[in-house]
Design a protein around this ligand. Structure first.
Ligand SMILES: [Cu+2]
Length: 293
């Protein structure tokens, strides 16, 4: 009997359980684990690797919660349209004890001072933008507060229900990637976002950093939704969507690396063994056995 792990919304006590596990095994607070996302960042964003690499990244996170923290609940995701117009009203971000903490506190440098992650310290400098050239000293220990500055206008415009419908209606992977992540095109980066970029930009602060955004506990739920969108889209057409790949492993899909194939290998550093793209294409194949509710 297959035991398919569910990913979906959590009730009150389940939320506390999830928060407990996050506190216990926080990729965000673990120097060596966080370095993995930082090191691979220029190779797995705004290109053909974003979806697959982050699928494995959050799966490794889920796996760690389950094996190291005995977490048995669902992996939650951030359902963008639900509170796109008012992030602070969302049960995820209202600052209550069962949220992932709220907005930054404007009287305290936009540090997060409410909810379970109040006064959390993060390790790495922030302010990195997507560039091929890694800024110097990115791995320097630079402790500061987890910070946010919600901008619901961004989610209201770029992560609403219409945006999602349009994303899922994409006729091919090129269109799907572009709609998910318009940052694929640097020319429009400054004025138009796909919902992936919008989630990061709408939270601002820690979540907006290109390299170290996983320092915000919201990162995993944001990428849970990115993965959910891809999983739903893949399932809409097994013949044409399931194995569809497009792009390279260079930022903005520049042709500095070969075009991705199912044999392309992705690294995950200390988090786990390398994986071929082929192994990351179905939530219910290989090591994976999960589905979204
Ligand atoms: Cu990322």
């Amino acid at each position: 009997m297959l035991n398919i792990l569910k990913r979906g919304s959590l009730s009150g006590s389940d939320r506390e359980e999830y928060i407990r596990a996050v506190h216990y095994d926080n990729f965000a607070a673990d120097y060596s684990k966080l370095r993995v996302h930082m090191s691979y960042a220029p190779h797995v964003h705004a290109n053909g690797a974003l979806l697959a690499w982050h699928r494995q990244f959050i799966w490794l996170w889920e796996h760690a919660l389950r094996t190291e923290c005995a977490y048995q609940g669902y992996l939650p995701y951030w359902d963008w349209p639900l509170y796109a117009h008012n992030l602070s009203a969302s049960p995820l971000f209202d600052g209550s004890p069962t949220s992932l903490s709220g907005d930054g506190n404007r009287d305290h440098d936009y540090c997060v001072t409410s909810g379970p992650f109040a006064n959390m310290r993060v390790h790495f400098a922030q302010g990195a933008t997507p560039t091929l050239q890694m800024p110097p000293n990115i791995f320097d220990y630079t402790p500061h507060c987890l910070n946010r500055q919600f901008n619901s206008t961004v989610t209201a415009i770029f992560a609403n229900a219409t945006v999602i419908d349009r994303l899922l209606a994409s006729s091919d992977i090129i269109t799907f990637q572009e709609r998910m992540d318009i940052s694929m095109n640097p020319e429009v980066w400054a004025r138009e976002f796909g919902p992936h970029t919008a989630g990061h930009k709408a939270m601002t602060g820690t979540m907006e950093d290109f390299l170290s955004s996983p320092q915000d506990p919201a990162f995993m739920l944001h990428h849970g939704m990115v993965d959910r969108m891809w999983a739903i889209w893949q399932g809409l057409d097994e013949t044409n969507h399931r194995w569809a790949i497009n792009g390279t492993m260079t930022l903005y899909n520049l042709p500095l690396t070969p075009g991705l194939t199912l044999e392309t290998e992705f690294g995950f550093g200390v988090l786990g063994p390398s994986k071929k793209m082929r192994e990351l294409m179905s939530p219910q194949a290989g090591d994976y056995c999960y589905e979204y509710t």
